[in-house]
Design a protein around this ligand. Sequence first.
Ligand code: NAD
Ligand code: UD1
Length: 337
Amino acid sequence: MKILVTGGTGYIGSHTVVELIKSNHQVVIVDNLYNSNINVLDRIEKLTGVRPLFYQVDILDYENLEKVFKENAIEAVIHFAGLKAVGESVSIPLRYYENNISGSINLYKLMEKYHVYKLVFSSSATVYGDNFAVPFKEEYGLGDTTNPYGTTKKFNEIILTDLCKANENMSCVLLRYFNPIGSHESGMLGEVPNGIPNNLVPYIAKVASGELDHLRVYGDDYDTKDGTGIRDYIHVVDLAIAHVKAIEYCNKLEGVDVINIGSGKGYSVLEVLHAYEKACGHKLPYKIYPRRPGDIATCYADIEKAKRVLGFEVKYDIDKMCEDSYRFTIMNPEGIK
Ligand code: NAD
Ligand code: UD1
């Protein structure tokens, strides 16, 4: 299939493009390079032997986005493009609503206009909020989001559900990702956070490389095995493979379907830290800090539906996630430049 990948030079997008090319799909990338680097294209080419067609276009720019549809017979879309920093979304909510909702609406309008009816959307476990018991199951529906970023994911889910109701040709798979970490095992693709990372593994990576002096563990008084927060970490390459399965599933799907993508297992902050110590071969200092506002104690996926509907199960464990993250960190001290 000829697949448009928005946000395709970003962290999850670039890994997905590699897996799509490996599965013989043709890829067209749209990205404004706000949070990624053009050199990702060279790296995708080195890994796959194929250089995907690239348009540096902002999805808020309807006219230039339309050119992409005019110039390519797009058959399906995987929509990653979006802003994703939770804390920032609280400070500048309109920027998040504009980018993640208005930008997405431009894309959905063009899909209708050019009769492109298959879409995989990057949603997040954050849409469950703090309302439900673990493991989170798709049928719980949408919880109360706690920040504008999460609300943009929830709104997109609602918009796409309505679109599928209104247009019987439309098929959308809403993938609710749990916590993607790790990097391509070549060390050529990975996550490059701007400034001091907010997320756990990017932060630990900087402690391991000596850039930051200790991990701040946000809370050791949760009702969990060691008191620290528990999350469901998934290797980004496993997540990328899930997208290939999801886009192929779209071909036989009618309407909308929501699917969790996680490992189904929960690891505490200290367990992840210890796995990373094994990967980098030395102790990593940490200090206990107060809980981070908005955090929940435990979050992990019910993965039965991904297995049943997509035939998807993760291949990589937490040790491999940390080894690959560390390799990328050491091989790319200045990120992807
Ligand atoms: P990322 O920032 O690495 O990739 C997003 C890409 O989209 C970037 O390359 C950025 O330049 C591009 N982009 C942003 N706004 C754009 C716009 N207006 N027009 C064109 N391009 C634009 O992020 P990621 O971690 O790869 O996440 C991909 C998607 O998955 C996002 O929608 C994110 O919200 C979602 N998601 C991520 C996580 C996670 O932990 N990384 C978890 C759940 C959901
Ligand atoms: C966070 C976002 C979530 C988003 C996801 C992916 C919040 C409240 N949630 O999820 O909406 O979809 O990232 O971008 O921001 N931790 C530390 N020290 C750190 C960083 C994290 O102890 O320096 C702990 C956290 O308290 C949590 C765990 O590590 O228990 C994982 O945190 P993180 O990687 O930020 O992911 P989430 O909070 O699950």
